[in-house]
Design a protein around this ligand. Sequence first.
Ligand code: 4AZ
Length: 273
Amino acid sequence: MSGAFHFRLLTLASFCLLELQAAVVPINSALPNAQPLQDGRIVGGYQVDIEKFPYQVSIRLDSSVLIHICGGSIYAPRIIITAAHCLKGRYASTIRIVAGSSTIANSTEEGVAVQKLIYHSGYVKKTHDNDVGLVILKTALVYSSTIQAIPLAQSSALVGTPAIASGWGKDDENAQQLTNLLQAVELQIVDSEECAVQYAVNNYVITDEMICAAAEEGGKDTCQGDSGGPLVVDGKLLGIVSWGIGCAQHYPGVYVSVPYHVEWIVQQAAQYL
Ligand code: 4AZ
């Protein structure tokens, strides 16, 4: 094993630990009714081509190689929407954006440089409140069959509405690595009151600016590494992958509500259009 590869693994491992502390409370192994571990990606998803998800980008940390840290969605040629927790504490000079690729394993990828990282002033790490941010690129993306913007959902979706999430995150909450090829999973919008009751047991509050999604049949969810990426309903960006307790276990995934934050996004983005 080469020194560079070792370094990369170590960096990735330490990052995952940070993300674990930031976004997940590792207590679900003690809970009853554990589901069998699912065989699939994202969790319980399937491999897809970037041409079907041309708004999906990979946010990378430039650390001699580019390491995938989060997903994001293209809003405009120079504007990526992601989660605040992907950006807080980082410098624009250390982040690059890779658009138009189905894989995160291409080591020759250079991505696009970043001018500015913007995250919501109301973001609170502990409660996951207002976990929304923007990455402003130095140069505009050139739209193509693999690179396209996605419109924002202006209104919320009813309980049970089908939604699709995508990303390169772990295919199991205990996985040691990300998935190299883009995955997608079909979920449904979960009743916020029910979601709130479930999370209240762990002293988490599901606010009006959060949306819960899960699969009725279980075994499907977003997971670490999917953060910041898209939850899409009817071809519009409805949610941003934010947090959850475990992945595809007993709790729905929690997403930032794009309709709730649409004014913030539009206002912050205006000068970079
Ligand atoms: C994370 O740590 C994360 N199951 C993302 C999504 C979910 C849990 C954790 C939802 O990035």
